[in-house]
Ligand binder design. Structure first.
Ligand code: ADP
Length: 480
């Protein structure tokens, strides 16, 4: 069965978040099950540099404001799966972040950059671009690829089914209505039953309306986005399509995320946790933190945004320090939050350290060296860092929402007795709820070493590999 995945980022070539991790590991997991999987990517510098043996498939010519557009094919560096690349130098050969310019603002022509991705996917599906390989299912990811199902639907002779996965509904891909000409979207689609969203065009809505099936990245988030609280104004559309919506949990590539990886100070395993102590010491020394703290070392590896509850965390730092705990933060995001963490580190250099930036290797050292990973999100479609933390025996402290609720089992009397607890969970997105759970986690760490180790081992034993999720996607494709 031939499956085409369409996305704007893919690990290890271009990554700004969890989407890239999913694209780096889901297609190989499907290929392992015997499916004939290919990906379609934009020709960003990281993609052009990283794809092996790139060759021209066909010259497409001038479209979407680019004078030269060429479809190429090569192989992904690790999995060796075939990858189509849209080489449109005018639109994609830009260094830095794939979505925004050096000034932090969206590129003015983003509608054309993402539109071209969906357009190329539809024409590949039609067999016009590579007659040698025509997909039987097209799987588009997030709003960047949201026009894919719309363009496919536009051609009445094209019956290839589409799956659209929502990785984060908060990013809806909204553009002014007058762009519809440049995007080649016909008038009859520009209404509330089509791509129109409050007078604008929403690429996310296009994906939701025109795909045959919609998935999102955890069962809880699938339920949540049908409600006004989490639906970002699209919950009505979601409810209309509820029978076609399902939640399939993201998986982890344990070949990349495992406490014997090459990035960490000392490897360790579920049977021998000694290396974890060395990793903690190494992390404390890297950031010149005191090695004498009585409480646990908390870590954050995250976008620094209010979605991720980082404002709540800033507000409870005094309580965290009172418990004798420490905090290391790795992230980038909203300026005020970055400044807040910088200030906290400068006034508490022995116990708080912050690295504002993006560093893949450092994120592994955080996972291995910390005692607790904080993910106090207001909403969380799936969340990957808590899954990575579990594998490193770093207990996640999370809010009971979305994928966090589906993957972390709370340390409470019942779960401790059943030997199923893997982390700390709190309910309300409030300063008080977060600080209480932090205090309780600190008390557990300080007073019950044997209990802590037991929970660590439970955490490390969890299996969130792609096997089950890939089987669920395969079942979905076959149902189409
Ligand atoms: P989201 O996609 O909403 O940002 P996820 O938890 O799904 O959140 O995925 C985030 C991914 O990005 C994880 O692989 C995480 O390790 C990584 N990440 C986030 N911030 C950084 C950073 N500053 N440096 C390195 N990796 C980061």
């Amino acid at each position: 069965m031939r499956i085409l995945h369409v996305a704007f980022e893919i690990f290890p070539l271009v990554k700004t978040g969890g989407l890239a991790d999913v694209l780096g590991s889901l297609p190989p997991a499907l290929a392992k099950r015997g499916l004939d999987v290919r990906v379609l990517l934009p020709g960003l510098p990281g993609v052009l540099d990283g794809i092996v043996g790139l060759q021209t498939v066909t010259r497409i010519g001038p479209v979407f404001g680019a004078a030269s557009v060429t479809l190429c094919v090569g192989r992904l560096p690790d999995s060796h799966l075939p990858a189509y690349v849209i080489d449109a130098p005018f639109l994609f050969r830009r260094k830095g972040n794939p979505y925004v310019g050096p000034d932090g603002q969206d590129w003015d022509d983003n509608h054309r950059r993402f539109g071209l991705l969906g357009w190329a996917a539809a024409h590949l599906a039609a067999g016009e671009l590579d007659p040698e390989w025509i997909p039987e299912v097209v799987h588009a990811h997030d709003w960047h690829a949201g026009l894919t199902p719309a363009y496919i639907m536009q051609n009445p002779s094209l019956s290839v089914p589409t799956v659209f996965t929502i990785h984060n509904l908060a990013f809806r891909g909204i553009f002014p209505m007058e762009y519809h000409n440049e995007l080649d979207l016909p008038m009859r689609r520009l209404n509330p039953r089509g791509v129109e969203f409050h007078g604008n065009i929403s690429f996310m809505k296009a994906g939701m309306v025109y795909s045959n099936r919609i998935t999102t990245v955890s069962p809880s988030y699938a339920r949540e986005i049908c409600t006004p609280e989490f639906g970002c104004g699209l919950d009505g559309v979601m409810r209309d399509r509820a029978v076609d919506l399902s939640g399939i949990l993201n998986g982890v590539d344990y070949a990349v995320w495992n406490p014997d990886d090459t990035e960490i100070a000392k490897p360790y395993s579920i049977d021998d946790l000694a290396g974890k102590k060395a990793c903690k010491l190494d992390l404390q020394l890297e950031f010149s933190l005191s090695t004498q703290a009585r409480g646990p070392l908390f870590a954050v590896v995250s976008r620094l945004t209010s979605q991720k509850g980082m404002d709540l965390l800033l507000a409870v730092l005094p309580e965290l320090l009172q418990e004798g705990a420490q905090l290391v933060v790795l992230g980038t995001g909203e300026g005020e939050l970055e400044d807040g963490f910088r200030y906290a580190a400068s006034t508490n250099p022995d116990n708080i350290a912050v690295y504002i930036g993006y560093d893949e290797s450092m994120s592994h050292r955080f996972m291995a060296g910390a005692d607790i990973l904080l993910v106090p999100s207001r909403f969380e479609p799936c969340g990957l860092t808590q899954l990575y933390a579990l594998r490193y025996g770093t207990l996640p402290l999370v809010r009971r929402v979305g994928g966090l609720a589906d993957t972390v089992v709370d340390v409470n009397d019942e779960n401790l007795a059943a030997d199923s607890a893997t982390g700390f969970v709190f309910d309300e997105a409030t300063r008080h709820a977060l600080s209480s759970r932090i205090r309780e986690a600190c008390a557990f760490y300080c007073n019950d070493e044997a209990g802590w180790t037991k929970v660590q081992r439970n955490a490390m034993r969890q299996d969130f590999s792609w096997d089950d999720s890939a089987a669920n996607y395969e079942q979905l494709y076959r149902s189409l």
